[in-house]
Design a protein around this ligand. Structure first.
Ligand code: AMP
Length: 194
């Protein structure tokens, strides 16, 4: 198996790059944000609960998010591996993921962070907000709160994976194809090692 955490702040390009990576490497894309949004659309209990947090740009509580992630992984027993996008976002989530994957005789092989300066993130998200129906992309205050939450609660995960020798970062600015080539280079070198 090959399990990658694609990491970076909101607007770093995780969704865009995940879509390309799963095609090339035949992995399953698992975005907790996408699953929450599908639940909001379907008006499920989970969707109703998640919406209030998401609309404010805050994190959905760990217990809910961890349970959701685990059930999504278990829906794909034949997967060659996963690209985790937007999960883990807290230390508790990272620890839960480690334990969960260990129970399935696998692990996270690499966290790859996309490096993008903050003002570029805000610009990209406001652009995306014009075309998408995501309320959290339409308001600059909410966007800035999401980046703040990332800096305060999520960015520390770089150290978490670094201490396991599983962290690498790539430049997330430039053409989509150029960034994709950087990510592919990292994944190809992992595949070459295994
Ligand atoms: P994303 O699509 O990854 O930008 O996530 C959109 C929103 O969904 C976030 O701002 C959070 O409110 C919620 N969310 C997604 N993933 C997580 C997670 N791993 N932990 C907590 N909240 C999450």
């Amino acid at each position: 198996m090959l399990n990658i955490v694609l990491f970076g702040p909101p607007g770093a390009g995780k969704g865009t790059q995940s879509a390309k990576l799963i095609e090339k490497y035949k992995l399953v894309h698992l975005s907790t944000g996408d699953v929450f949004r599908a639940n909001i659309k379907g008006n499920t209990e989970l969707g109703k609960l998640a919406k209030s947090y998401m609309d404010a740009g805050n994190l959905v509580p760990d217990e809910v998010t961890i349970r959701l992630l685990e059930s999504e992984v278990d829906k794909n027993p034949d997967a060659k591996g996963f690209i985790f996008d937007g999960f883990p976002r807290t230390r508790a989530q990272a620890e839960a993921l480690d334990t969960f994957l260990a129970g399935r005789d696998t692990t996270i092989h690499q966290m790859i962070a996309l490096n993008v300066p903050e003002e570029e993130l805000v610009k990209r998200l406001l652009e995306r907000g014009k075309e998408s129906d995501r309320p959290d992309d339409k308001d600059e205050n909410i966007i800035r709160n999401r980046i703040k939450v990332y800096n305060e609660q999520t960015a520390i995960l770089a150290d978490y994976y670094s201490s396991q020798n599983k962290y690498v970062s790539v430049e997330g600015v430039g053409k989509v194809k150029a960034i994709f080539d950087r990510l592919s280079y990292v994944i190809d070198s992992l595949n070459a090692k295994s």
